[in-house]
Design a protein around this ligand. Structure first.
Ligand code: NAP
Length: 258
C-alpha cells in the first residue's frame, strides 16, 4: 500500500483509534489532517508524524458539534493541500445514560449529533473534493451497530444509523467512482470508556472480559483498526470494495454471548 501524495482527513485523530489511523496512513506516505477539540493533544499527534520531504501533517482544532468549525476544517485542508483523497469519519463518543433516566434525552441528542449528524456535515462538504480525486470514505462504526447493549442504547442506535448511511452512500457515490466502507470494531483499548464513565474501571473490566470470552482472547488495539482502514482506503487492496461493513472484533460477533 502506497499513499504517497494522497491527502487524508481523519476526524477524532487527536487520540485513540483516529490517532493510530493517522499515524498508519502517514507511515504509508499520506499527508494527514489531525483534528479534535484539544490543541495540546492535536499537536502531540502532529509531532509523532516525523518530518519527511514532501509530506505534511496539519493540525486543526474542530468541534464537530459546530457546523462553522467543520466548514473551517475543510477550508483549511483545501488551503493547505488543494485536495482530499481520503475521509475517515472516526470521531465519536460513548454515552451511558439509560432509557428513562432524566438525562436520557440530553445524552441521546449529544450522541446522535456527534456520532451521526456531524458525519453528514463533514461528508457533504468533502464529497465534491473526493469526486475530483476519485477518493474514498471509511466510517468508524462499532460491533454495537449489530449487538444491542441497553446500557449504551443511544450509542448502539447511532452506530446502526451510521452503518445504513455507509450502505446507502456507497450506492449513491459508486457512479462517481467514490468508495464508501465501514470498519466496525469491538472493544479497543482507548480513552473512550474513561471519558464516558469518569474512571478506568470499565476498561479494566473489558480487559478481563475480552481475555476470557473473545475468541482471539484479547482486547483490540487501535493499530488493529488502523490496519483495516489502510486496507480499505488503498486502491491497491480494495478498489472493488464498497458498501462493506467490516468487523475488526477478535471474533466477538461470532461468539456465544455470556
Ligand atoms: N474504543 C472502542 O472500544 C471502540 C469500539 C468500537 C468503535 N469505536 C469508535 O471508534 C471511534 C474513535 O473512538 P476511540 O475509541 O478512539 O475514542 P477516543 O480515544 O475517546 O477518541 C475519540 C476522538 O473523537 C474526538 N471527538 C469526540 N467528540 C468530538 C467533537 N465534538 N468534536 C471533535 N472531535 C471530537 C476526540 O477528540 P477530543 O475529545 O479531544 O475533542 C478524540 O480525538 C469512535 O467513533 C468510537 O465510537 C471505539
Amino acid at each position: 500500500m502506497d499513499f504517497m501524495g494522497k491527502v487524508a482527513l481523519i476526524t477524532g485523530s487527536s487520540s485513540g483509534i483516529g490517532e493510530a489511523i493517522a499515524i498508519k496512513l502517514w507511515s504509508l506516505g499520506a499527508n494527514v489532517v489531525i483534528t479534535g477539540r484539544n490543541d495540546k493533544r492535536i499537536q502531540e499527534v502532529v509531532n509523532k508524524c516525523h518530518k519527511r520531504d514532501n509530506q505534511r501533517a496539519l493540525g486543526v482544532r474542530t468541534d464537530l458539534l459546530v457546523d462553522k468549525d467543520i466548514e473551517e476544517l475543510v477550508a483549511k485542508t483545501i488551503t493547505e493541500f488543494g485536495k482530499i483523497d481520503i475521509l475517515v469519519n472516526n470521531a465519536g463518543i460513548l454515552t451511558t445514560a439509560r432509557f428513562g433516566d432524566p438525562k436520557y434525552l440530553d445524552s441521546f441528542d449529544r450522541t446522535i449529533n456527534t456520532n451521526v449528524r456531524s458525519i453528514q456535515v463533514v461528508t457533504q462538504l468533502v464529497v465534491p473534493y473526493l469526486e475530483i480525486t476519485k477518493g474514498n470514505i471509511v466510517n468508524i462504526s462499532s460491533f454495537h451497530s449489530e449487538v444491542p447493549d441497553w446500557k449504551a442504547m443511544t450509542y448502539c442506535m447511532a452506530k446502526s444509523a451510521l452503518d445504513m448511511f455507509t450502505k446507502c452512500l456507497a450506492l449513491q457515490l459508486a457512479p462517481k467512482g467514490i468508495r464508501v466502507n465501514s470498519v466496525n470494531p469491538a472493544v479497543i483499548r482507548t480513552a473512550l470508556f474513561d471519558t464516558a464513565t469518569g474512571d478506568n474501571r470499565l476498561l479494566k473490566h473489558f480487559d478481563n472480559y475480552c481475555r476470557e470470552w473473545y475468541p482471539l482472547g484479547r482486547m483490540g488495539e487501535p493499530a488493529d483498526v488502523a490496519e483495516a482502514v489502510a486496507f480499505l482506503c488503498s486502491p491497491t487492496t480494495a478498489s472493488f470494495i464498497t458498501g462493506l461493513i467490516m468487523p475488526v472484533d477478535g471474533g466477538a460477533l461470532r461468539m456465544c454471548r455470556k
